[in-house]
Design a protein around this ligand. Structure first.
Ligand SMILES: *Cc1c(COP(=O)(O)O)cnc(C)c1O
Length: 341
């Protein structure tokens, strides 16, 4: 029986062509800045993102934390969405690594409402903490792969500029947002002082993320990466996979979005659940009160070789990616219907 793994788009494995690119990669010592493959990747990524410069980092979490460290000083505050990855899944790293405090915003919206942000910015009296950074997540994972609306982004950036507060974008899945909205990715990241994008999710590279921004920001980021132990040597091996991903795997995200819609549609008329209308590659299935326990559903699906994730009480997350075909989502939908009806 084939395994259908819908837990995350991080489970993708390198395709043979990507492995070939890895095998052929020219490498050098990247701490000495002599790895031409990484340099090519960083140049390509900066160009695609419309930023001056970019840096390859081992993970998205490290990329976010490097950016936070560069933008802040200990004792500062960071305004963010209470439903964002940085707040929920990075183990309090901003406090542990940079000595800064998160100021989460609670909202049911898929964006940070500027009036709420305004209230969280600390006044300038010396005895307050300094509001040093705002972070945005696009697409938003916990909200179900939602796209950050463009007009709301402009509004937030205008406000931040007026107050001189930098804004960081956690764009782990920004290419999904670009494909879903048919807007070029450089437009979606325009105005952000720093951006992190993942190569290891829907784009299918085995390891790595990129952070991008101004030349000065990336120079500082390189130092912080080294402090955190993220200075790597013949890392062109991974860079080649990242380059292959950027050159070949962006447009195919469309297929993942189609499969997510097919999956959501086939689960729509289940009485005991609610399903989101996926904007990108994430399907959120919420079990109604007094329905089944989410962990029980996960276990029953596992017996059928179908893997799904949970996202808090009564919530299941199903993510489509390049390892999932239309037949796979149909099979998964049938299995879920059998369990839940
Ligand atoms: C996965 C993810 C990250 C972290 O990336 P890792 O490479 O797993 O550390 C950050 N932000 C968002 C929104 C993510 O989905």
């Amino acid at each position: 029986m084939t395994k259908i793994d819908l837990r995350s788009d991080t489970v993708t494995k390198p395709v043979p062509e990507m492995r070939e690119a890895i095998a052929q990669a020219e490498v050098g010592d990247d701490v000495y800045m002599e790895d031409h493959t990484i340099q090519k990747l960083q140049k390509t990524a900066a160009d695609i993102l419309g930023k001056e410069s970019s840096l390859f980092v081992p993970s998205g979490s490290m990329g976010n934390q490097i950016a936070i460290n560069v933008h802040t000083h200990p004792g500062d505050e960071v305004i963010l969405d209470s439903e964002c990855h940085i707040f929920n899944y990075e183990m309090g790293a901003m406090s542990a690594v940079s000595g800064v405090l998160p100021q989460p915003i609670e909202t049911s919206k898929k964006y940070l409402p500027v009036p709420q942000v305004k209230k969280k910015v600390k006044p300038e009296q010396y005895y307050y903490s300094n509001t040093a950074l705002i972070t945005v997540e696009n697409t938003n994972n916990r909200r179900g792969g939602t796209v950050y609306p463009s007009d709301k982004k402009e509004e937030l950036i205008d406000f931040a500029k007026e107050r001189n507060i930098p804004v960081h974008l956690d764009g782990a899945r920004i290419f999904n947002a670009s494909i879903a909205t048919e807007k070029p990715v450089d437009k979606l990241v325009q105005g952000f002082d720093s951006v992190m994008v993942s190569l290891s999710k829907g784009l299918g590279a085995p390891v790595g993320s990129i952070i991008a921004g101004s030349n000065i920001l990336i120079e500082k980021a390189r130092r912080v990466r080294k402090i955190l132990g993220g200075g790597m040597r013949q890392v062109g091996i991974l860079g080649a996979a990242g380059l292959y991903a950027l050159e070949n795997h962006i447009d195919r995200l469309k297929k993942d979005h189609e499969n997510a819609r097919i999956l959501a549609r086939s689960l729509e008329d289940l009485d005991r659940t609610e399903v989101n209308e996926p904007e990108t590659n994430i399907v959120m299935l919420t079990l109604k009160e007094n329905s089944s326990d989410e962990n029980e559903v996960v276990e029953k699906l596992k017996e059928k070789n179908i893997l799904v994730g949970t996202m808090g009480p009564r919530r299941l997350r199903l993510v489509t990616h390049m390892g999932i075909s239309e037949e796979n989502v149909q099979e998964a939908a049938e299995a879920i219907k059998n369990i839940l009806s």
